[in-house]
Design a protein around this ligand. Structure first.
Ligand SMILES: CC(C)(COP(=O)(O)OP(=O)(O)OC[C@H]1O[C@@H](n2cnc3c(N)ncnc32)[C@H](O)[C@@H]1OP(=O)(O)O)[C@@H](O)C(=O)NCCC(=O)NCCS
Length: 248
């Protein structure tokens, strides 16, 4: 692992204000991974990398990361809402290399009804895709590995943004950001979810491979037509992973 950030001289745009020191909600990702019954083996982070909760001081850094790396432009509201909604706060994390923000993840909690409505819309574009995901969740329940029921269906975690600056990739930062959400936040009583899913551009082979490595079902996921307006091809692949809650 490098002792200092790789290629710092080529990234003048990264000289952003430092964040405050880690808050009590910050975690050492290895501990979080160990707490999960679904945790995959993830390489350790370099010791100077930390995964931190969003704060008033650092939340704007997520916007910077996303604007640099993602093809979708998110409105101010997308960032403002993070600190206004406890669930959004719990499902957002930033990655720091020393005191420099180098990555982040932002997810949204969807009720089962919201998720179902989304899939029904999706079905109008791909008649098989949405039902494949529904079937995966139903199978999961039938196998007894999920405590949700038809009467009390569990929430879903939608991964809206996940990005790591390119000089800091392959340090397991993306894996730890995702693992935080799946291993820790998803087990919060107020969040308790049974599925995580995301849209990935069909030509983004790196991200698709990343999600495969994180235990997501990638190749069986549906294709969502015309999801991206600014990219060619415009289609997205829907990737998903079931989340297993520990039994009480
Ligand atoms: C996808 C992304 C978040 C991964 O971040 P990362 O910190 O490099 O991920 P990790 O280091 O945890 O990678 C874990 C494993 O995933 C796989 N992987 C990650 N990126 C990969 C790529 N571009 N090509 C092939 N495999 C890849 C590798 O097996 C990697 O392990 P390795 O480094 O030992 O080879 C990052 O590449 C990124 O920000 N991409 C641009 C934005 C984007 O596409 N976001 C996802 C769409 S929502």
């Amino acid at each position: 692992m490098p002792d200092s950030p790789p290629f710092p001289e080529s990234r003048p745009f990264l000289s952003w204000p430092s964040s405050t020191s880690p808050s009590s909600t910050d975690i050492q990702p290895r501990e979080a991974a160990g707490s999960s019954s679904t945790a995959l083996q993830i390489a350790s982070l370099p010791p100077n990398v930390s995964i931190r909760a969003p704060t008033k001081v650092n939340v704007h850094l997520l916007k910077r990361i996303n604007s640099l790396l993602l093809p979708v432009s998110y409105p101010e509201n997308f960032y403002r809402e993070i600190l206004q909604n406890p669930e959004s706060e719990a499902l957002t994390r930033l990655a720091f290399y020393d005191e420099e923000c180098v990555g982040g993840i932002r997810c949204r909690l969807e009720t089962a009804a919201e998720y179902q409505t989304g899939l029904e819309r999706l079905n109008t574009m791909d008649t098989h895709g949405g039902s494949k995901i529904l079937k995966a969740v139903a199978d999961h329940r039938a196998n007894g590995s999920d405590s949700g029921s038809e009467n009390h269906p569990k929430s879903k975690i939608y991964i809206m943004t996940l990005a790591v600056l390119s000089p800091y990739r392959s340090l397991s930062i993306g894996s730890h950001l995702l693992d935080y959400i799946l291993s820790t936040a998803a087990k919060e009583p107020t969040i308790d979810a049974d599925l995580a899913y995301a849209h990935v551009w069909v030509a983004n082979d790196g991200a698709l491979e990343f999600y495969r490595k994180q235990g997501f079902e990638v190749d069986s996921g549906p294709i969502v037509r015309d999801y991206y307006r600014r990219l060619e091809p415009r289609d997205a692949r829907l990737v998903f992973r079931r989340i297993t809650s520990p039994r009480p």
